[in-house]
Design a protein around this ligand. Structure first.
Ligand SMILES: *[C@@H]1O[C@H](CO)[C@@H](O)[C@H](O)[C@H]1NC(C)=O
Ligand SMILES: *[C@@H]1O[C@H](CO)[C@@H](O)[C@H](O)[C@H]1NC(C)=O
Ligand SMILES: *[C@@H]1O[C@H](CO)[C@@H](O)[C@H](O)[C@H]1NC(C)=O
Ligand SMILES: *[C@@H]1O[C@H](CO)[C@@H](O)[C@H](O)[C@H]1NC(C)=O
Ligand SMILES: *[C@@H]1O[C@H](CO)[C@@H](O)[C@H](O)[C@H]1NC(C)=O
Ligand SMILES: *[C@@H]1O[C@H](CO)[C@@H](O)[C@H](O)[C@H]1NC(C)=O
Ligand SMILES: *[C@@H]1O[C@H](CO)[C@@H](O)[C@H](O)[C@H]1NC(C)=O
Ligand SMILES: *[C@@H]1O[C@H](CO)[C@@H](O)[C@H](O)[C@H]1NC(C)=O
Ligand SMILES: *[C@@H]1O[C@H](CO)[C@@H](O)[C@H](O)[C@H]1NC(C)=O
Length: 547
C-alpha cells in the first residue's frame, strides 16, 4: 500500500512539474512519453534518399489487380504472416491439406514465427523470462518482399514465352493459363505487401519494446536507425519507422542513416562489394552452382509432366525453377499466382532445399567468405555491447563507425536494415551453430539432416534480435540471448562458458568475450583476398581454409 501511495505521489509530482498539454487526462504519465521535448532530425547530418543517391535500378511493375485475377478472396484468416496474399492448393493436394506452400519458398517466403523447439529450446519464448527485465534491444532485419532482382530468372522466362508466342504454342490442363499470361513484375523495389511487412514489423516492435524509448526521453535524444541506399532498403527503413513511430511522426522522431551501397564502398550492410572472393568460383561463389545442379535433377518428373501439357515449345530444367520463382514473386507482388498450382507439395519442399543449398554454401557455414562478410555487423554489435568503437578488421567504414553522430553507442534500441545474404553472413559470423546443426548439406539428396532452413532464417522481413537483460536471480545479473524470427536460440554448444539454459540465456560478459575471440579468428583479408580453393559439401564454419 505504501509503495502504491509513494508511486502515485511521485507521479503527481512529476506530472505537475511539466507543462501538461490540454488534451492530457488527469494523471497521465506525460514525463515518460516519447519524443523528448525540442528534439528534431538534422537533415544535413542525415540526408534523405534524394540527396544520398545510389538507389540502384527501379523499374516499376504493372499494378496488382487481385480483385480481378485471384480465384480466392484474401479473407483475413489465421495465416496472418502473409495477409493479404492467397495461394492455391499445391498440385495433387486435397482441399483439406494443411500444407502452406508460402513457407517453402526459401528467401522468397514471407517471414513467420519459428518455434524455439525447432532449435532445441521447447520451453523458450521471446517474452522476457520471469524475474528479468530488458535493458537493450539490438535488431538486424531484412527488407520486405520485393520484385525479382534485375538479373533473375523470371524475366528471362518471360522473354522465352514472348518469343514462343510469336511462333505460336498450345497449352492444356494446368498450363492453360500460360497462353494468355503476360509478365507484370518490376525489379528490385519493395512490393505493396513488402511495405506492409515492414510497417507491421515496426509496429510490433513499438508494441513489444516501446518502453525502452523512455531511455531516449530521459536523455533528450532520438535514435539513429540505419539502412543502405538502394531504394528498397530506404523504403524498408521508412516503413519500419512509420510503423514504429507513426505517420507523420517518424519524420521528426528518428534519424534514418542511409549508408551508400555501391561497388568498392565499405559498409557492413553491403560487404560483398569489398570482398572479391565472394564472386569467385571455387572460392566464395560455390552455392549457386550446386543448387542449380540439384534442381536440374530434382524436378525431372515435374518437367516431364509440364512438357506433356504444352506443344510448340519445351521447358528445360531452368524454366521449371523460373516458374517456381514466378509463383513466389507474383504472389508477393500481385497477391496471387497461377504458377503455384503447377507444383506439388514435394516440389515445394525440393524448391526450399534448392535455396538451402545455395545459401548454406554461399552465406552459411559451407562458405569460406560468409564469416568475413558478416564480420562488419559482428564488430558493430560488439561495439554497441561494449561501448567501444571498433578497430576495423573488416569492411567497416571508419566514417560511419567512429563517430557518436553516425554510430552512437549509448542507445537502448538499435535497428539496422540489410539484405538476406548479409543477415546470414552475420549469423555465421556470430557462430550461432544451432541454426546449422548437423552434417553439411547433401548435394544430391533432400535429406533434412541439418537444422538449416532458408525460409526460417532469411525470409522477407527476417529479423535477428539480441535482448540484453537484467536478471537479479542470475549470477552475473547481466544476461543476453539471441532470437531469429521468434525462435530463441541455444548458444551453449558454440559459446564456450555458456551452460544449457531453457531460455537461451548466458552471461553478457561471457558472450562478449566469445564474440571478441570470434572477431579475432575471422581473417577478413585472407578470406576475401587470399588464394585458396574450396568446394561445396564441407562445413568451413564460414571461414576460408589455409592451405
Ligand atoms: C548519446 O550520446 C550522445 C553524444 O554523447 C548524446 O548527444 C546523446 O544524447 C546520447 N543519446 C542517448 C540516447 O543516450
Ligand atoms: C564510407 O561511406 C561513404 C558514404 O557512405 C562513402 O562515400 C565512402 O566512400 C566510404 N568509405 C570507403 C572507404 O569506402
Ligand atoms: C533425372 O534426369 C537425369 C538426367 O537426365 C537422370 O539421370 C535421372 O535418372 C533422372 N531422375 C529421375 C528421378 O527421373
Ligand atoms: C577514430 O577517430 C579518431 C579521431 O579521428 C582516431 O584517433 C581513432 O584512431 C579512430 N579510431 C578508429 C578505431 O579508427
Ligand atoms: C575499408 O575496408 C578495407 C577492408 O576491405 C580496410 O582495409 C579499410 O581500412 C577500410 N577503409 C575505411 C576508410 O574504412
Ligand atoms: C539508457 O540506455 C543506455 C544503453 O543501454 C544505458 O547505457 C543508459 O544507462 C540508459 N540510461 C538510463 C537512464 O536508463
Ligand atoms: C564456434 O562454434 C564451434 C562449434 O560449432 C566451436 O567449436 C568453436 O569453438 C566456436 N568458435 C568460437 C570462436 O567460439
Ligand atoms: C545445450 O542446451 C540444449 C538445450 O537446453 C541441450 O539440449 C543440450 O544438451 C546442451 N548441450 C550441452 C553440450 O550442454
Ligand atoms: C593460386 O593458387 C593456385 C594453386 O596453388 C595457383 O595455381 C595460382 O597461380 C595461384 N594464383 C595466384 C593469383 O596466386
Amino acid at each position: 500500500m505504501q509503495n502504491v501511495l509513494s508511486l502515485s505521489l511521485a507521479l503527481t509530482a512529476r506530472v505537475s512539474a511539466m507543462a501538461v498539454p490540454a488534451s492530457s487526462f488527469a494523471g497521465a504519465p506525460t514525463s515518460d512519453l516519447y519524443p523528448p521535448a525540442s528534439t528534431s532530425v538534422n537533415s544535413q547530418l542525415f540526408p534523405p534518399e534524394s540527396v544520398v543517391g545510389f538507389a540502384g535500378p527501379t523499374p516499376t511493375g504493372i499494378e496488382p489487380a487481385a480483385i480481378n485475377t485471384a480465384p480466392v478472396y484474401p479473407f483475413n484468416n489465421e495465416d496472418s504472416s502473409s495477409f493479404p496474399l492467397v495461394a492455391p492448393h499445391a498440385h495433387g493436394s486435397g482441399v483439406d491439406s494443411a500444407f502452406n506452400m508460402k513457407r517453402s519458398w526459401g528467401n522468397l517466403s514471407p517471414w513467420y514465427s519459428v518455434p524455439s523447439a525447432d532449435y532445441g529450446l521447447p520451453d523458450a519464448n521471446p517474452l522476457i523470462p520471469d524475474g528479468c527485465s530488458i535493458t537493450q534491444l539490438h535488431l538486424l532485419y531484412r527488407h520486405g518482399a520485393r520484385y525479382p532482382t534485375s538479373d533473375a530468372a523470371p524475366a528471362q522466362f518471360a522473354a522465352k514465352i514472348a518469343k514462343a508466342t510469336k511462333k505460336g504454342f498450345e497449352t492444356k490442363g494446368d498450363l492453360s493459363f500460360l497462353s494468355t499470361w503476360t509478365y507484370k513484375l518490376g525489379a528490385e523495389l519493395l512490393t505493396p505487401f513488402g511495405r506492409s511487412q515492414e510497417f507491421l514489423l515496426g509496429l510490433e516492435h513499438r508494441q513489444l519494446y516501446g518502453g525502452l524509448l523512455n531511455n531516449f526521453t530521459e536523455q533528450g535524444a532520438i535514435p539513429v536507425f540505419r539502412t543502405e541506399s538502394q531504394d528498397r532498403m530506404v523504403k524498408t527503413a521508412v516503413n519500419f519507422a512509420a510503423g514504429f513511430f507513426g505517420v507523420p511522426e517518424y519524420m521528426d522522431e528518428v534519424s534514418i542513416e542511409i549508408l551508400v551501397e555501391a561497388p568498392h564502398v565499405n559498409s557492413s550492410g553491403s560487404p560483398y562489394y569489398v570482398c572479391p572472393n565472394a564472386g569467385v568460383k571455387d572460392k566464395g561463389f560455390i552455392g549457386t552452382a550446386v543448387s542449380k545442379a540439384y534442381a536440374a535433377l530434382a524436378f525431372n518428373a515435374t518437367q516431364a509432366r509440364l512438357n506433356s501439357q504444352i506443344s510448340g515449345m519445351k521447358f528445360d530444367a531452368k524454366d521449371v525453377i523460373s516458374m517456381l520463382e514466378l509463383c513466389s514473386y507474383e504472389t508477393v507482388a500481385l497477391g496471387y499466382s497461377a504458377f503455384c498450382g503447377l507444383f506439388s507439395e514435394e516440389d515445394f519442399l525440393n524448391y526450399e532445399y534448392y535455396y538451402d543449398l545455395r545459401f548454406y554454401y554461399e552465406n552459411g557455414p559451407g562458405s569460406p567468405v560468409a564469416a568475413a562478410q558478416g564480420k562488419g555487423y559482428l564488430q558493430e554489435f560488439v561495439a554497441r555491447f561494449t561501448q567501444e568503437y571498433p578497430t576495423p578488421s573488416s569492411a567497416l567504414n571508419e566514417t560511419f563507425d567512429n563517430s557518436s553522430t553516425y554510430f552512437p553507442l549509448n542507445q537502448s534500441i538499435y535497428a539496422d536494415a540489410t539484405h538476406e545474404v548479409v543477415v546470414l553472413d552475420t549469423l555465421t559470423a556470430f557462430n550461432l551453430s544451432a541454426l546449422f546443426k548437423g552434417p553439411p548439406l547433401s548435394l544430391t539428396q533432400n535429406e533434412r539432416r541439418n537444422s538449416f532452413s532458408t525460409s526460417k532464417v532469411i525470409p522477407f522481413a527476417t529479423h535477428f534480435t539480441a535482448q540484453v537483460l537484467e536478471c537479479p536471480t542470475y549470477q552475473p545479473t547481466k544476461q543476453i540471448r539471441f532470437i531469429v524470427n521468434d525462435a530463441v536460440l541455444p548458444i551453449n554448444e558454440s559459446y564456450a562458458g555458456c551452460e544449457a539454459n531453457p531460455h537461451g540465456l548466458c552471461s553478457f560478459d561471457n558472450v562478449v568475450e566469445v564474440l571478441k575471440k570470434r572477431i579475432d579468428e575471422i581473417d577478413f583479408d585472407h578470406d576475401c583476398y587470399g588464394n585458396y580453393t574450396t568446394k561445396a559439401g564441407v562445413d568451413y564454419n564460414g571461414r576460408a581454409p589455409r592451405d
